[in-house]
Design a protein around this ligand. Structure first.
Ligand SMILES: [Fe+2]
Ligand SMILES: [Fe+2]
Length: 289
């Protein structure tokens, strides 16, 4: 069985379109039994999803997808959970794409299991000495000072160092994602769904390929000497997801996206890889099982 995995096509972003079209041609040329989109497919107007999926009409195998954080971005305060559960399910269904967040997919003795995953700040870089409340609001101290409406985060001053105040990152999920629960609760919900789907798959299949958008293992987190980039690692994923994966011995592979950089590691019996698709360069990984 030949499985192709790509990620982060970001087709609503102008500079991502040409490289995505080139990638789609390559994918259709390679061909295979299964093609997986590991999240951040598009954002905003659903037509971007229809347009990008149409590029892969020439691929004759099964198409599977999970959501990414950008896929649940909304405008005007609309509910991202509704987008995640209902709107994306409809968009994927009308494009002939199986939505893995809703249910596993089976082919022969192999199961494909996964979902978007989320972040619970377990990967936040302690060396920056930034209090948790800033991560919860998705703004670094320098951004909180600049933006004005996060003044409450800075009223206690003694736990915010001068170095921390020089960090100006803002994670844009804080503006574009509206959830009716905390990030930690959302991560727990998705980790529990992952466990449920892995339990189902373990009874039906001999081998499991897992797909997530956010990272399940700290070994895949890309680190930087630049504090503005380091701050962002808090939003890369959750160790809770990895702990769930390691409960299931039939999981042989795990692919994720989100960080736009290729990294690999092995955890227990699982070969892990983040697909290195960025805005301007798209990647596809070919797995022969
Ligand atoms: Fe992305
Ligand atoms: Fe992402």
């Amino acid at each position: 069985m030949r499985i192709l995995i790509t990620s982060d096509l970001h087709y609503n972003v102008a500079r991502s379109r040409k490289p995505t079209r080139a990638l789609a041609e390559r994918v259709c040329d390679i061909g295979g039994d299964v093609l997986i989109f590991a999240g951040d497919i598009a954002a905003d107007d659903p037509k971007y999803f229809d347009d990008v999926f149409a590029l892969f009409d020439g691929f004759e195998g099964h198409k599977l997808a999970i959501a990414g954080n950008h896929d649940i971005w909304t405008t005007g305060g609309a509910d991202s959970l509704e987008r995640y559960r209902t709107e994306l399910a409809e968009i994927f269904a009308r494009n002939g794409v199986h939505y893995l967040d809703a249910a596993p997919f089976y082919l022969g003795e192999t199961a494909f299991v996964g979902n978007m995953g989320w972040y619970d700040f377990s990967f936040r870089p302690s060396a920056l000495q930034i209090p948790l409340r800033f991560y919860q609001e998705k703004v670094a101290p320098g951004a909180a000072a600049r933006l004005g409406n996060f003044g409450g985060l800075l009223t206690v001053e003694e736990d915010v160092t001068d170095d921390a105040r020089a960090i100006t990152t803002r994670w844009m999920d804080g503006v574009r994602v509206k959830l009716p629960m905390s990030d930690v609760a959302f991560t727990s919900m998705l980790a529990e769904k992952l466990r449920d789907h892995l339990q189902q798959a373990s009874t039906r299949a001999e081998q499991i390929v897992a797909i997530l958008h956010h990272l399940p293992f700290a070994e895949l987190v890309p680190h930087s000497v630049l504090p503005n980039w380091e701050f962002a690692t808090a939003f890369h994923g959750s160790e809770m997801l990895g702990e769930v994966l390691l409960e299931f011995e039939k999981v042989s592979h795990m692919f994720c996206g989100h960080i736009h950089r290729e990294k690999r590691c092995r955890k227990g019996g699982i070969e892990c890889m983040s697909i290195g698709s960025g805005y301007k360069e798209k990647a596809v990984e070919v797995l022969e099982l």
